[in-house]
Design a protein around this ligand. Structure first.
Ligand SMILES: Cc1ncc(COP(=O)(O)O)c(C=O)c1O
Length: 444
């Protein structure tokens, strides 16, 4: 290590201001943070500000950000067109009990791009979008049940999260994964209306869904579930889901809250899935809170009051607030087909670079992901389902070492989760990520 490198490593370890903030935060939050996803030991890295592909923490350290607020910021931090548009709008008011032109403009953009989105409604988060998509499927079919993928994350609605926290001690046999509610005290009946399938298990999922078909309103599916492992869908699996759904009149609800960033038309279009409803969020808000439920016109009539009280009334004090609408439109307008392709190119280069490093060093790692997303696994082959992606204690320790290694080299890599690129990143940034991974494999 050169002297400058040693100084840099020493500097990256200095987090005295974050430590002070955390001490204060522990007096007001139950565990010092106000969302579980930012917890970190011995303390989180508190942010002072963002700057394109980088964020600067309260100790003055500058990090390349591969998290981008859990894949939300497709343009990185402080994207100038969004900053300008939002700044201009703020003085005119931030929320009204009336509709605005800005919501129509974002709706036109999204329905113009996403094949399955004939009609749309806005909410405030991905959790809400998934919840209302499930409720819409229930209102349309008259059936309460949800079939979903083991280990996949869909936010915090009870029926969307059962089976999400499965672990080896409780997940049950491979042919019948446990549908137990995710958290203590949740009504046991939630599990009665949830069927858990393993991703890519064509025969098992077909049999489980068919057996419960008369009480299933929807199959909830993220075409590339990130928390479950950023798993690659086997085309046969998605085809089977569509066939079974058609056979039993069950709706397919695609969760594209995270994976819409896979392309101009979204992840379903990319992977050949034709959903009835889609839950959206993250990138469509341009960095502001948002969610949306979109889908076939006929199904979306459950939200309509044109012929009396809607089958599913949906409101929300901040739903379709003009700031999220304006920021979302501006951010999405900048994501042209060409921009998506450019970002895909960086993603491909990054994954290939990392895979080449793995091969060169004969390391027991693999990289999953598509478009601007990637996930590193401490195993030699890409997992096909949550059980394969599940980290042993040793695997979890390796991933923690990897995250810490990147952190010391000024790169924020999400720990054992999907990482992502932004349009603010450069060729140099991609090379730095690959080189850092290569260096890690070298010292391992
Ligand atoms: C696939 C997926 N669905 C739903 C959600 C929930 O979205 P939100 O955090 O906006 O409530 C997330 C959040 O990470 C997600 O990744």
């Amino acid at each position: 290590m050169f002297r400058d490198d040693a100084l840099q490593a020493e500097r990256m370890r200095d987090c005295s201001v974050s430590k002070r903030f955390y001490k204060r935060a522990r007096r007001v939050f139950p565990d010092g943070t106000t969302r579980v996803t930012v917890e970190a030991r011995p303390q989180p890295t508190y942010v002072a500000r963002g700057d394109g592909a980088y964020l600067i923490d309260v100790d003055g350290r500058r990090f390349l950000d591969l998290n981008n607020n859990f894949t939300t910021l497709i343009h990185g931090h402080g994207f100038v067109p969004v900053v300008k548009a939002v700044t201009a709008a703020l003085a005119g008011g931030t929320c009204f009990a009336n509709p605005t032109d800005s919501e129509i403009a974002l709706a036109e953009l999204l329905t113009g791009r996403i094949p399955a989105a004939e009609r749309i409604r806005f909410v405030n988060s991905g959790t809400e979008a998934v919840m209302f998509a499930i409720k819409a499927a229930r209102a349309f079919t008259g059936r309460p049940g949800v079939a979903r993928i083991e280990g996949a994350y869909h936010g915090a609605y009870d029926w969307a999260e059962a089976g999400q926290g499965n672990a080896p001690a409780t997940w049950g046999p491979a042919h019948r994964p446990s549908a137990r509610p995710a958290y203590r005290g949740t009504p046991k009946s939630v599990g009665d209306d949830v069927v858990i399938c393993r991703f890519n298990d064509v025969a098992g999922a077909e049999s489980a869904i068919s057996a419960a078909a008369d009480r299933l309103g929807c199959i909830l599916i993220d075409p590339m579930p990130s928390r479950a492992g950023l798993l690659h869908p086997d085309p046969g699996f998605l085809e089977m889901l569509m066939r079974v759904a058609r056979k039993f009149d069950i709706l397919i609800v695609a969760d594209e809250v995270l994976n819409l960033r896979q392309g101009f038309e979204g992840a379903c279009a990319r992977h050949g899935l034709a959903p009835d409803l889609i839950a959206l969020g993250k990138i469509i808000g341009g960095g502001f809170p948002i969610g949306a439920i979109a889908g076939r016109k006929e199904i979306m009539t459950v939200f309509s009051s044109l012929h009396g009280r809607p089958a599913l009334p949906q409101g929300g004090t901040f739903s379709a607030n003009p700031i999220s609408m304006i920021a979302g439109r501006v951010a999405m307008e900048a994501m042209t087909r060409a921009k998506f392709e450019e970002l895909d190119g960086f993603g491909e280069q990054l994954r290939q670079g990392m895979r080449a490093a793995i091969t060169r060093r004969n390391a027991a790692f693999c990289i999953s992901g598509e478009a601007s997303l990637f996930r590193i696994h401490p195993r030699p082959t890409i997992p096909v389902d949550f059980r394969q992606a599940y980290l042993s204690a040793e695997g979890a320790a390796t991933m923690q070492r990897l995250t810490a290694f990147f952190h010391e080299r000024a790169i924020l890599l999400p720990n054992a989760a999907a990482a992502c690129l932004s349009t603010a990143m450069t060729q140099g940034d991609i090379e730095k990520i690959v080189d850092t991974f290569d260096e890690f494999l070298d010292v391992l």
